[in-house]
Ligand binder design. Structure first.
Ligand code: NAP
Length: 400
C-alpha cells in the first residue's frame, strides 16, 4: 500500500536528508505535504520532483515567487503560517517534523492530531509542550519516534516494560567545536568558529546550540518528557567521537548502547522503516580504524547551558519554555553578531530569573485541552520571554 508522508521543514538539513533517504529506501510512497520556511527555490525544486498533494511556504511575501516557479505544474500551493498548520494537519501515515525552533510548535501540534507516526526532529516543541504533545499523538492513535540520534538510540535499547529496572539514561554529547576550552577562551570565539561543528552537518541554530551545550540541555529535557524519566536519572557524558549515541544503564549492571557513524540518515532511516529496519547503503562503522572512544564529564562552569536546562526541567514545563525561548532569541542575536558567545547563557539565566510564569498545576497539566488551545500556555510564555530578552538587549545598549 502507498504510504503518504509529509515533511515539515523539507528545505532544511533533516528535511533534505529525509527526501534523499526516501529515494533510496522509501518503497511505495507518496508525498502529502512539503513545507518550507523561506527557501522558495529549493521548495519549488522538491515540489516538481515529488509532486506533493500540497506545497507550502511559510513566508507569505514569497507567494508570487512560488506560484511563478510552479506555474503550469498543476500543483496546489499555499503560503503563510495558517497554511503551514493546515498542511501539517492533513491525514498522512508519517510526518517528519523538522521545522527549526518554536516555529515548529503549531505545525507539529497540528500533525500530532492526525493519528500519523510523528518522527520528531523539532525537539523545541516537545521542550515547550512536555508530555502533552506525546499524549496528543497517542490519543489520536499515532506514535512518536525520536529523530534526534541520542533519543533514537535510547528508543532502540530501552525496554519499556522494565522501566523500573533502569538506573539511568546516559546522553552522549560531542562537546561541539569548543570542548576543552576554558570560560575565558570562550569569550573570544566567533560566529564562524561556532558554526564549524567537528562531527555533524546541521542547520545553523542547532549548530550554535551544540557549541554552547544548549542542545544537550534541550535534549535532556526532551529525554525526560519522551521517556517519562526524572531529570536526576538522566546524565550527560562528553564523547567527542559521536559513535556511541546514548545508553540505557539497567540496575542489574548492564548498559545497552546504540552505536553508529555520526550521520543523521541513520536515525532518520530507522524512523522511516519503523517498526522494521530498512536496508540501504548506510555508512559503516570502522571499529578497528577508529582506535579510541573517549568519555568525559561535561564542564558546566564553561558551558552553563546544561545546568540551566537541568534547573528549568526541575522547575517545570513553563520554565523549559522560558529556557527554549530565551535561548532561541540569544542564538539569533549571536548569529547576527549583536551579542557574544558567553552572553547567550547570561541572558538565558537572567530570563529564567525574571520571567513571570502563569501557574499551571499538575491537574491542569493532565487535563490539558487537546485542541490547539493546548499550546496557548507555551506560546504565551514564549512571547513574554521574547519581549523580556528584547528589553534586556535594549537596556544593555543604553548602558554602553
Ligand atoms: N540537523 C540535524 O542534524 C538535527 C539533528 C537532531 C535534531 N535536529 C532538529 O531538527 C530540527 C531542524 O533542524 P535542521 O538542522 O534541519 O534545521 P535547518 O537546516 O535550519 O532547517 C530548518 C527548516 O525549518 C524551516 N523553517 C524555518 N522557519 C519556519 C517557519 N516559520 N515555518 C515553516 N518552516 C520553517 C526551514 O525552511 P527554510 O530553510 O526554507 O527557511 C527549514 O526547512 C531542529 O529542531 C533541530 O533541533 C536536527
Amino acid at each position: 500500500m502507498t504510504r503518504r508522508i509529509s515533511i515539515l521543514g523539507s528545505t532544511g538539513s533533516i528535511g533534505v536528508s529525509t527526501l534523499r533517504l526516501l529515494d533510496e529506501v522509501g518503497g511505495d510512497f507518496a508525498i502529502e505535504a512539503l513545507i518550507g520556511g523561506r527557501n522558495v527555490d529549493l521548495l519549488a525544486q522538491q515540489a516538481l520532483k515529488y509532486r506533493p498533494a500540497i506545497t507550502v511556504l511559510a513566508d507569505p511575501s514569497q507567494w508570487s515567487a512560488l506560484r511563478d516557479r510552479l506555474a503550469g505544474s498543476g500543483l496546489e500551493i499555499a503560503c503563510g503560517e495558517d497554511a503551514v498548520c493546515a498542511a501539517a494537519g492533513r491525514k498522512s501515515d508519517l510526518v517528519m517534523a523538522a521545522i527549526v525552533g518554536i516555529a515548529g510548535l503549531k505545525p507539529t501540534w497540528a500533525a500530532a492530531g492526525t493519528g500519523a507516526i510523528l518522527a520528531l526532529a523539532n525537539k523545541e516543541s516537545l521542550v515547550c509542550c512536555g508530555r502533552a504533545l506525546i499524549e496528543r499523538v497517542e490519543a489520536h492513535g499515532g506514535r512518536v519516534l525520536p529523530v534526534d540520534s541520542e533519543h533514537n538510540a535510547i528508543f532502540q535499547v530501552l525496554d519499556v516494560n522494565q522501566k523500573d529496572k533502569v538506573a539511568r539514561l546516559v546522553l552522549t554529547a560531542s562537546g561541539g567545536p569548543f570542548w576543552g576550552r576554558s570560560r575565558a577562551e570562550l569569550g573570544q570565539v566567533t560566529v564562524e568558529q561556532a558554526l564549524k561543528h567537528p562531527n555533524w552537518s546541521m542547520g545553523a541554530k542547532i549548530t550554535i546550540d551544540s557549541a554552547t551545550l544548549a542542545n544537550k540541555g534541550l535534549e535532556l529535557i526532551e529525554a525526560a518528557y519522551l521517556f517519562d524519566m526524572p531529570g536526576e536519572k538522566i546524565d550527560v557524558v562528553i564523547h567527542p567521537q559521536s559513535v556511541v549515541h546514548s545508553l540505557v544503564e539497567y540496575r542489574d549492571g548492564s548498559s545497552l548502547a546504540q552505536l553508529g557513524p555520526p550521520d543523521m540518515r541513520v536515525p532518520i532511516s530507522y524512523c522511516l522503516g519503523w517498526p522494521e529496519r530498512v536496508a540501504w547503503q548506510a555508512p559503516k562503522l570502522d571499529l578497528v580504524g577508529m582506535k579510541t572512544l573517549t568519555f568525559a564529564a561535561p564542564d558546566e562552569s564553561a558551558f552553563p547551558m546544561l545546568r540551566l536546562a537541568r534547573e528549568a526541567l526541575a522547575a517545570g514545563e513553563g520554565m523549559t519554555t522560558v529556557f527554549n525561548a530565551a535561548n532561541e532569541v540569544c542564538v539569533q542575536a549571536f548569529l547576527d553578531r549583536r551579542i557574544g558567545f558567553l552572553q547567550i547563557a547570561e541572558y538565558v539565566e537572567t530570563a529564567m530569573m525574571r520571567a513571570q510564569l502563569p501557574s499551571i498545576s499538575s491537574k491542569d497539566h493532565t487535563s490539558r485541552d487537546m485542541s490547539v488551545q493546548g499550546i496557548a500556555f507555551a506560546l504565551d510564555i514564549d512571547a513574554q520571554v521574547r519581549r523580556l530578552v528584547a528589553d534586556l538587549f535594549f537596556s544593555a545598549r543604553q548602558h554602553v
